[in-house]
Ligand binder design. Structure first.
Ligand code: FE2
Ligand code: FE2
Length: 158
């Protein structure tokens, strides 16, 4: 049976790989554009689903609440940098510098989730809800992705 922890970790692995690949790209290349937009949409959907499926029940526990609040605040900060990079000229030298800040901050965020928050959540939420939380996460993330794809299609048509 899959657990929420395995599911989130699998996403994180994918994000780490994309971060490493993007750091190797240069200038306003199709490669950088494609990899960054893949990263942007997947992390956005991941964070939204993570908040709804995982942080929302953790927020309701007294022991887990501070961690949940901390992580959700980090999501907001990461989202701001991600959007900034999306709007920035990808050929400018500043892009990679800013991207490296994002890479550093997001890697730190994932590490904290995996090494500290999951441990806390296992205690606070308990193992019996694992499967349900994983299912909610997968459904919510798919719905988020669908929304993004529809918007992208819309943008192409107009
Ligand atoms: Fe997160
Ligand atoms: Fe995460």
């Amino acid at each position: 049976m899959t657990t929420i922890y395995k599911t989130l970790k699998k996403d994180h692995e994918k994000h780490r790989e994309l971060l490493a690949k993007i750091a190797e790209t240069s200038g306003d290349s199709p490669e950088r554009r494609e990899l960054y937009s893949k990263f942007f949409y997947d992390v956005s959907a991941h964070a939204a689903a993570e908040e709804e499926a995982f942080y929302s029940p953790l927020m309701k526990t007294s022991d887990g609440q501070p961690e949940a609040r901390h992580s959700v605040a980090e999501h907001k900060k990461l989202d701001d940098i991600m959007k900034e990079l999306m709007d920035m000229d990808m050929s400018s030298t500043g892009w990679l510098t800013r991207f490296k800040t994002l890479k550093h901050d997001y890697e730190h965020h994932m590490e904290e989730e995996e090494n500290e928050i999951f441990e806390q959540a296992r205690e606070s939420i308990g193992g019996d809800k694992d499967g349900d939380i994983a299912e909610t996460f997968i459904e919510r993330k798919a719905a988020e992705r669908k929304l993004v794809d529809e918007k992208a299609e819309d943008a192409l048509q107009h």
